[in-house]
Structure formats: structure tokens, C-alpha cells
Design a protein around this ligand. Structure first.
Ligand code: NAD
Ligand code: IPM
Ligand code: MN
Length: 347
């Protein structure tokens, strides 16, 4: 069982270190961790945010634990050299098209939600975000129009097979949960999302037990704070899913709590917190490592089939939170390592 550990930039190494401590503490026989450079750190060391050696280590692994990439000192590099290209490249190269972002409120934490406690208490949803298409991966550029004005442009598209495969992931996820699937789109304006909706309806014929509904993304953003308890599984495109998942994190209480799994057709998956490199708090030992620790649990479950240790990690995290373990993001004073220690104790 080989796990590639790609810590990346900013708080990435800080939070990844805690997740690695948790994995090591489980004492799983045959577990091997291999570290590799990625993001701005890799650019600085090797001249590329996703060096071939890193991609090979990731490809040869059974699961990838990813911290975060992003470095303000790299923001003016040519786009293909920017740190963010590393995570986009890994998702595309490894066919990681299905991003699962669960959002559930933890016991005792409803008061930390940006929503009223009784509204927050009902949150138990899963965002299934398509990760290999949409406006993210279309042709793009900045061109000069005949009249001399500069114009930025990005091509948005989804082919029907791309929509169909994420639809199947979402319907199957709904079958394993509350059997309710809400497809979030912008079919009232965008042809890309008219096709998206058409294909969702076609695929729904294969899942008669799942109740499929459709919602425009602007309404979905509103409903997510008005009444998040109405959602079971949400399926949406790459960009809408990016935005709605950050929003969902504050409905739960902190972006430092939300984990994610990015899955391929096979067993290989990449596991990362939904947050970024947080340059504003990087290097200070203040980041909440829980999102990354929960991502490690998802790795054990989805890529290694190890349900029992995954559940143990989740129980240790829930126990720590229930006991009042809080970082600065949740109004507390504990740092990254102290939160890691508290979870290890409960493990
Ligand atoms: P961010 O998620 O890094 O930070 C947003 C805010 O949330 C900041 O105030 C930060 O301090 C706080 N925050 C984030 N994670 C936290 C944690 N674990 N504990 C406590 N507070 C936390 O978003 P941003 O500032 O827009 O982006 C910073 C960089 O990260 C950019 O370069 C961006 O492109 C990159 N990014 C990378 C990923 C990824 O690697 N998958 C994801 C998102 C953003
Ligand atoms: C995320 C991030 C990435 C995305 C960026 C860093 C490319 O925001 O993983 O949510 O937009 O997918
Ligand atoms: Mn994001």
C-alpha cells in the first residue's frame, strides 16, 4: 500500500504532517509513504510545479495525500508554470474526474456555523463536483480585438460522456445515502448546462429509486444558506462545485474542516482538504489540520478499502471536536500540532 504524500505550499506541509502522523499511528502493516515536491515548492526546486518524477510517484501509488498548492510569489509566472497547474495537471493526467466533498455538521459545533444553529444542525450533504471538464480545461487566452481592446476568453464545454460518468457517480452516491439528488446547473443561460441537464434526466432512468431535482446555481447558493438540510447529494460542474463547496464549509463552521476525494474510474484517488495554501497564516502553526486528517481517512476508505481505520480517524476527530478542541478558525487558541496531538490521543 503505497501512498504518495504531496504537501505543496503554504500551510500544505503543516497540515499534511499531522495527517501523516495520524496514518503512521494506525500502524497499518505494509503502508509505505513516499514524499514528492509539488506546486510552488516544486517550481522553485525543479523549475516546474508538477515535475515528471512527482507525476510518476503519484501514478505508481495506491492513493495520493495532497496538501495545498499556491504561492503569491508565483502569481505572475506564465500560467503553465503556476503552482495551481500542479493540482489541475494531476486531476487531468490521472483521470480524477469525480470530486466528493462531504459537508456534515459535527456534534457540538453548530454554534460555529455562519448560519443559525438550528439551520446548521441539519447539514448532511455531499457535493459531487465534476473535475476534468468545464471552463477549467477549455481553450483560453487574452487576445487583442481589431479595435485594440484586450479580451480575455475561456471556453466552457461538457461532452455528453463527461456528464454521464459524473451522473453515474452521483446517482450511485445517492443510492447509498438518502436517495435524493439535486443537479445544479445554469441551463437557463448556458448551452453547456442545458446539455448537462438533458443528460442528467437521461441517466436518471437507470436509477428509478433516486429522486432527481434540478436547481439553478444562483438559487442553489441561496438555498445552501437558507435551508441546507434540504440537500442530500448535489451534483454539479467543475466551477460551480468549486464555489459551492467553499460556501458549504462556512455553513459547517470552517473551511479547515472539509475533506475531499478525487476519484478516477479505477481505485487510484487523490485526497485533499478543500482549502488552499492560506498564505495569510502559513508558517505560523495556526492552520486547522482536520480537513487533511479527514482526507487521509477518505483515502483509506476509497483507495485502500480500509473502512475500520478510516472510521477510527473520523471518530477521533469527532471526539476531539466534541471535547472542545478548537483552532483559531473555530474561535479557539490551539495550533496545528496541538490539534494533531489531541486527535492522536483519542486515536
Ligand atoms: P484558502 O483556502 O487558501 O484561504 C482562504 C481563507 O481561509 C484564508 O483566510 C485562510 O487563512 C483560511 N483557511 C484556509 N484553510 C485553513 C485552515 N486549514 N485553517 C484555518 N484557516 C484556513 O484560499 P485563498 O486564500 O483564496 O487561496 C490561497 C492560495 O491557495 C491560492 O494560490 C489558491 O490558488 C490556492 N488554492 C489551492 C487549492 C488546492 O491546492 N487544492 C485550493 C484552494 C486554493
Ligand atoms: C480547489 C481549488 C482549485 C480549483 C484551484 C487551486 C485550481 O480552488 O481545489 O477547490 O479551483 O479546483
Ligand atoms: Mn476551491
Amino acid at each position: 500500500m503505497k501512498i504518495a504524500v504531496l504537501a505543496g505550499d503554504g500551510i500544505g506541509p503543516e497540515v499534511t504532517r499531522e495527517a501523516v502522523r495520524v496514518l503512521e499511528a494506525l500502524g497499518l502493516p505494509g503502508l509505505e509513504l513516499v514524499e514528492a515536491d509539488v506546486g510552488g515548492a516544486a517550481y522553485k526546486a525543479h523549475g516546474h510545479p508538477l515535475p515528471p518524477a512527482t507525476l510518476e510517484i503519484a501514478r505508481a501509488s495506491d492513493g495520493i495525500l495532497f496538501g495545498a498548492v499556491g504561492d503569491p510569489t508565483c502569481d505572475n509566472l506564465e500560467r503553465h508554470l503556476r503552482p495551481e497547474q500542479a493540482i489541475l495537471g494531476l486531476r487531468k493526467e490521472l483521470g480524477l474526474f469525480a470530486n466528493l466533498r462531504p459537508a456534515r455538521v459535527f456534534a457540538g459545533l453548530t454554534e460555529f456555523s455562519a448560519l443559525r444553529p438550528e439551520v446548521a444542525g441539519a447539514i448532511d450533504l455531499l457535493i459531487v463536483r465534476e473535475l476534468n471538464g468545464d471552463v477549467y480545461f477549455g481553450e483560453k487566452g487574452i487576445r487583442v480585438l481589431p479595435d485594440g481592446r484586450r479580451q480575455g476568453w475561456d471556453m466552457m464545454s461538457y461532452a455528453e460522456d463527461e456528464v454521464r460518468r459524473i451522473a453515474h457517480v452521483a446517482f450511485k452516491a445517492a443510492m447509498g445515502r438518502g436517495k435524493k439528488l439535486c443537479s445544479v446547473d445554469k441551463a437557463n443561460v448556458l448551452e453547456t448546462f442545458q446539455l448537462w441537464r438533458d443528460v442528467m434526466i437521461e441517466v436518471s432512468a437507470e436509477y428509478p429509486e433516486v429522486e432527481l431535482s434540478h436547481m439553478y446555481v444562483d438559487n442553489a447558493a441561496m438555498q445552501l444558506v437558507r435551508n441546507p438540510g434540504q440537500f442530500d447529494v448535489i451534483v454539479t460542474g467543475n466551477m460551480f462545485g468549486d464555489i459551492l463547496s467553499d460556501q458549504a464549509s462556512m455553513c459547517v463552521g470552517s473551511i479547515g474542516l472539509l475533506a475531499s476525494a478525487s476519484l478516477s474510474e479505477g481505485t487510484l484517488g487523490l485526497y485533499e482538504p478543500i482549502h488552499g495554501s492560506a498564505p495569510d497564516i502559513a508558517g505560523k502553526g495556526l492552520a486547522n489540520p482536520i480537513a487533511t486528517i479527514l482526507s487521509a481517512a477518505m483515502l483509506l476508505r476509497h483507495s485502500l478499502g480500509l473502512e475500520e481505520p478510516a472510521a477510527r480517524i473520523e471518530a477521533a476527530v469527532a471526539g476531539a471536536l466534541a471535547d472542545g478542541i478548537r483552532g483559531g478558525d473555530l474561535g479557539g487558541t490551539m495550533g496545528t500540532v496541538a490539534i494533531g496531538d489531541a486527535i492522536l490521543e483519542r486515536l
